[in-house]
Design a protein around this ligand. Structure first.
Ligand SMILES: Cc1cc2nc3c(=O)[nH]c(=O)nc-3n(C[C@H](O)[C@H](O)[C@H](O)COP(=O)(O)OP(=O)(O)OC[C@H]3O[C@@H](n4cnc5c(N)ncnc54)[C@H](O)[C@@H]3O)c2cc1C
Length: 353
């Protein structure tokens, strides 16, 4: 007999934990299934000898009043509980077409001033760049704030339409298009502004400007934040919310099969890491925090193609390869000045390289 829940969440990454915590606090009986021995997915901290390693998340963007993450943290009671460290600079970029290191400060005015001081001939284009990025970010935040309220859109359509204009205006432009339109062939200014491109993509000619501007605008407007104590503090706080609300977190259990009835996923089969001890968890609502291809493989064969159809025309995204170096001396002694440093190789003469 399956165990019954109101919601089952596959994967205890930040996405799954947030969905589970919100559902649990809304009174749902929630089960989270995580295949690893620990929770957090990419957002995790581990130890290797004397070294404490933050596996991925090192800069959370925004957390300003326009940030759609902030209401979620507030709803979960985490906005005041978590402490964040905010470096004064977003990043430093060196090498490539830049003749000297460039440091991008956090905050619109300091960032704009630093860019103007370094690239005075682009003074007006820089103003237009920051305006465009922040307009898109503002429009996206506005749209997200009312996302779940259809009645609101019907009542407010005339005033809402102009606020969404930046999204319509740049709907098809790539980052490469926008930077070229503003800065022509000056690749140094492009690399200084968009040094963070590898956070999101590897190709400015394919990266949609909207997607770039939403994230980068959030860094500019709200700064970068590192959870004090590491990303584990964030994931453990989310897990505590789930447990406090009566939810269950299972680690070392892998979701292996999704059962479908009448066009809906109705239950999740999960097993221990050796593939044994199969169990069934039934729920009217299943959140899949695993990658779409992983989830598709769990579906009965006839449903796989339909599930993957929305992703069919998307190229496979970039893959990350990371090396973690522990230094025995303070990083400043080997020339690291900023919290985040982007090193562009000498052969890189253009952002697209
Ligand atoms: C190197 C690196 C640096 C990054 N830096 C930043 C940063 O500075 N700032 C920022 O905002 N973001 C950063 N990110 C991105 C951010 O960490 C991720 O976007 C976010 O943590 C992903 O969360 P998620 O829940 O979507 O997925 P994941 O963290 O991948 O979680 C998915 C979970 O599902 C589990 N799972 C998968 N299949 C199954 C199954 N069959 N059964 C049970 N469990 C399953 C996995 O074990 C995993 O725990 C970085 C990412 C990387 C890799």
């Amino acid at each position: 007999m399956p165990e019954r829940y109101d919601a089952v969440v596959i994967g205890a990454g930040l996405g799954g934990l947030t969905a589970a915590a919100l559902a649990a606090r809304a009174g749902r009986r929630v089960l989270v299934i995580e295949r690893n021995a620990s929770i957090g997915g990419a957002a995790t901290v581990y130890r290797n000898g004397a070294l404490t390693v933050e596996a991925s998340l090192h800069e959370l963007d925004g957390l300003d009043p326009q940030d759609p993450k902030l209401p979620l943290l507030q709803e979960l009671g985490l906005a005041d509980e978590l402490a964040f460290v905010a470096p004064a600079e977003l990043n430093q970029v060196r090498g490539g077409p830049l003749d000297a290191p460039f440091t991008m400060p956090a905050g619109l005015e300091p960032a704009l001033s630093a860019c103007r001081a370094r690239f005075p001939r682009h003074e007006r284009a820089l103003q237009r760049y920051f305006d465009a990025v922040l307009a898109v970010r503002g429009a996206a935040s506005f749209a997200t704030a009312h996302m779940d309220d259809e009645a609101w859109w019907l009542r407010h359509l005339p005033e809402a339409a102009p606020r969404l204009w930046p999204l319509i205006r740049h709907a098809r432009a790539t980052l490469g298009d926008v930077l070229r339109g503003l800065f022509g062939a000056d690749e140094a200014v492009k690399c200084a502004l968009a040094a963070t491109l590898p956070y999101y993509h590897d190709d400015p000619e394919r990266m949609l400007f909207l997607a770039y501007a939403v994230a980068q605008g959030s860094f500019i407007a709200g700064g970068a934040h590192y959870p004090r104590g590491g990303s584990r503090t964030l994931t453990e706080a989310l897990a505590a919310r789930i447990r406090e609300a009566g939810g269950t977190l299972l680690t070392g259990r892998e979701a292996t099969r999704l059962l479908v009835d009448d066009h809906r996923v109705t239950a999740v089969e999960h097993r221990n890491r050796q593939g044994g001890d199969p169990r069934l968890a039934a729920a009217p609502l299943v959140f899949g925090n695993a990658a779409p291809t992983v989830l598709a493989a769990m579906l009965p064969e006839p449903w796989r193609a339909a599930f993957l159809a929305p992703y069919a025309r998307r190229p496979v995204s970039v893959s990350l390869w990371t090396v973690t170096l522990g230094l025995s001396r303070p990083p400043a002694e080997v020339g690291v000045e900023a919290y985040s440093t982007f090193l562009l190789p000498a052969w890189m003469t253009a952002l697209a390289d």
